[in-house]
Design a protein around this ligand. Sequence first.
Ligand code: C2G
Length: 740
Amino acid sequence: MKKISVIIPVKNTGIYLKDCINSVLEQTYQNFEIIIIDDDSESESKQIIKCLALLDERVKVVTLEKQNGVGFARNKGLEQAVGDYIYFLDSDDYIREDTLESLLRNAEGFSMIVGKTKITTTDTISLQKEEQNVQEDIKVVESAETSAEGETSNLEEDITSKDKTVLYKKKRAKLFKNRSVLNRLISRDFIEEHGLRFTDQVKHQSDLAFLVPALVNLEQVLLVKNSVYYKRRRNDPINNPSLNQSESREKVRDFLQVYNTLRETYTENTAAEKYLDQQFLNYYRKQIAIFIKNPLNIDEIYDLLESGAKKVDANLLKNKSIILRKEMKTLRTKDLPKYKSVIKFHNNLRQIRNMTKSKNKFFLGLYRLLFMKMPVKDNVVVLESFQGKNYNDSPKYIYEYMMKQYPEYDYVWSLNDLSKVIPGNPKKVKRLSLRYYYNIGRAKYWISNARMPNYLNKRQETTYLQTWHGTPLKKLAADMGEVSMPGTNTVKYKRNFVREAGKWDYLVSPNNYSSKIFKRAFQFQNKMLETGYPRNDILSAPDKEKLQKDLKNQLNLPQEKKVILYAPTWRDNEFFERGKYKFNLQLDLEQMRSRLGDDYVVVLRMHYLIANQLDISEFEGFAYDFSKYDDIGHLYLVSDILVTDYSSVFFDYANLKRPILFYTYDLDVYKDTLRGFYFDIENEAPGPLLKNTEQVIKALENIDSLSEDYAKRYHAFYTKFCAWDEGNAAEKVVQQVFNK
Ligand code: C2G
């Protein structure tokens, strides 16, 4: 019975390793050895490796004293292997239970058999659940990976056997397009006969050194379509990136280095040359072309790139696009300034071509090619709150302070609805309109409380003040586990976030706790303004009581009744579409009215991302919907008690030292599955956690004694989170950003 050596290099992937090893131990084919090469992992992963090694005597561990990279580790594995076949598996991936068996069943007469790779996205797996996720992904994945579809000559599909197999002879290079040794069963005799080894000179692309001589010495390769390898798309590109998630500059450099070395080694072999050149051109088109969009990057790789381009067989260029041909031709002439100008010209061409695709792309093109290049206007300040939805939050309070103190600036508000009334007569521009792009492109100052569009490059002269919009309770950006919002995925979301935060010159922090979280979760490295929140200045206003009365009148709330404000947050996984979330009111208003209606009214305030309208028409005079009202600060002021859940509103509301109740009917799901919290809500919340309307009503009926019970906790909470809000945060922020 043939033995398979499964070689698994490990570098700090402890959390995934159990899934990986178990998937091998549970194979239907059991004659294997597992060789783990620990590439100097941190202690947590080392511990997990140790435990797994105790599980089964077929698990062997080789520990490297210093990190040497995946190529070196796999070579070490090859040295130890005694099996008839070698199978490379990565420690964050796993295989289906019949993968080894189905490959081996077809191995007779082949030195290499290849399976299929499917991408999975889930962080921690239950294999069965994973299978469902994967199904949805198959289409995308199959087009991205080595696939036999569409090819007819030189291969036969054998659909009569138990396995779906395709034989590749002349076109076998197709099965090497992914430049990866994963999910290949390879005869060890073949490996040793041809001295196949990985290069240990680079971190990425070390597989190529192994694959090229393999390709050259193979006459045929069999694809077994039902031998499945699950490749995990890791979700922490910021703190624990996979190799593929490394910085482009490292990846590009390594690719060019490996290509150049191999291309110099295999000068007399047409199959190797052709394969390598095709890889070079593909890589250039898909990765390098993007990397060098920033002209500074060209200098960094120019020598390697030029040396590579010179090696490419000119015949291969014949049927390539005119753009690629021109760039290669210029590279081969060794004229750097000319190459740079060709790249610039091509980038502009692409941009112009892109501009024809939609109105927004047209405006964006003008922004990049024209407005950003016009002189910056030193006195223009563009402001935006919640992506143009509102006139509120810290941008409003900074603006109202500035327009009085510094009328010499030109203020531009970016809004979705231009009919919004804003004091002081600022310019109003519709968000994402031509006027918006023009003003954004020329303004010296941007002030926003949320992310701006990711595609909006910021010119160097512009100062971007990000106020953010709340003390974090729910995990943010790089600290999040899995992102379950529509229209994005975890990796994209985290990357875009960190990219956006890289544009912020200043970030307002409401308290010391937030400063620490913002630095890590946003990877923020510029100037933190530890001033407290401008939006909370109003909560320390000296004429607060009068303000409360006036606002109650303005909002048509009965003066004689106390006000309960219910302000919950949104749920990532309950949505209609991107940016439009659902909310299901779980408060029994009927009950509340009958038990509390003599003394109280309820103000309902949904989060700005909630798209559905509440129907509370039958509770007129008792329940009021202020979801569309801009300034929640006004609602804080008119209310006597706050009911909320996992929204950051309670950090602000505590400034008023009024009672807070937490209606956390879905705490377990929200905390553990959806987001994860920074804050120990069970032990630190300045009020009780309640599960149903009955508990909410009881708490309201006993609010005085409850407040006494929570007085100590409330005080500790206030000291920790509200200490910086002294009523003059707008002034402090403006002093620092505008040097006033
Ligand atoms: N908000 C509101 N009405 C609500 C909930 C929130 O007006 N019913 C406003 C408050 O100003 C709050 C802000 O929106 O502080 C952010 O709301 P959160 O519920 O905390 O949720 P989110 O928008 O996800 O921001 O660091 C903060 C986090 O990013 C949370």
